[in-house]
Structures are given as structure tokens and as C-alpha cells.
Design a protein around this ligand. Structure first.
Ligand SMILES: [Zn+2]
Length: 84
């Protein structure tokens, strides 16, 4: 598979890209890396599901630029999931 030749996408970077992913703004390469990571990382699949659930509840994407506090809360929650 071609995707195995791409640089690994760390979980932290996936968190940063999820908005662009859902709005289909990623480059084809980043999209491939994103999806390759998802197939291997259950924590990030959970994260994406939670993010989609958030959008369903809000009826839209969360704010484009998260406040530092909100971003930190997200990342803290994310670290919690990855320990499960
Ligand atoms: Zn991950």
C-alpha cells in the first residue's frame, strides 16, 4: 500500500486536522495519512466519532479557532482516551 510510505501522522496532529478532514480541505496526501492513522488507532477513531457527535449536537462544526483552554481540554480528554 502506498500509504505505508507516507510519514506517520501522530495522534496530536490528527486532532489538529480533524476539522479540515470533515470539511474535506485536506490535501490528498494528508487525507491518506489521516485515514491510514484511523485504521490503526482506535483512540483516534473514538475521537473522530466524538467530534462528529459534537457536530450533530451543535448542528455545525465547532469554532474554527479553539481557545487555548478549549484546545487543552480536548487534548487532555484525548490523552485520557488513548490510555483506555
Ligand atoms: Zn491516534
Amino acid at each position: 500500500m502506498i500509504v505505508t510510505d507516507l510519514p506517520e501522522l501522530p495522534c496530536r496532529e490528527l486532532v489538529e486536522l480533524v476539522t479540515d478532514y470533515l470539511e474535506d480541505r485536506l490535501s490528498p496526501i494528508d487525507r491518506a495519512r489521516f485515514e491510514a492513522h484511523l485504521t490503526e488507532c482506535e483512540a483516534c477513531r473514538t475521537y473522530l466519532e466524538q467530534f462528529r457527535e459534537t457536530i450533530r449536537v451543535l448542528g455545525r462544526l465547532p469554532e474554527e479557532s479553539l481557545s487555548p483552554e478549549a484546545r487543552e481540554a480536548l487534548l487532555t480528554a484525548f490523552r485520557g482516551w488513548s490510555r483506555l
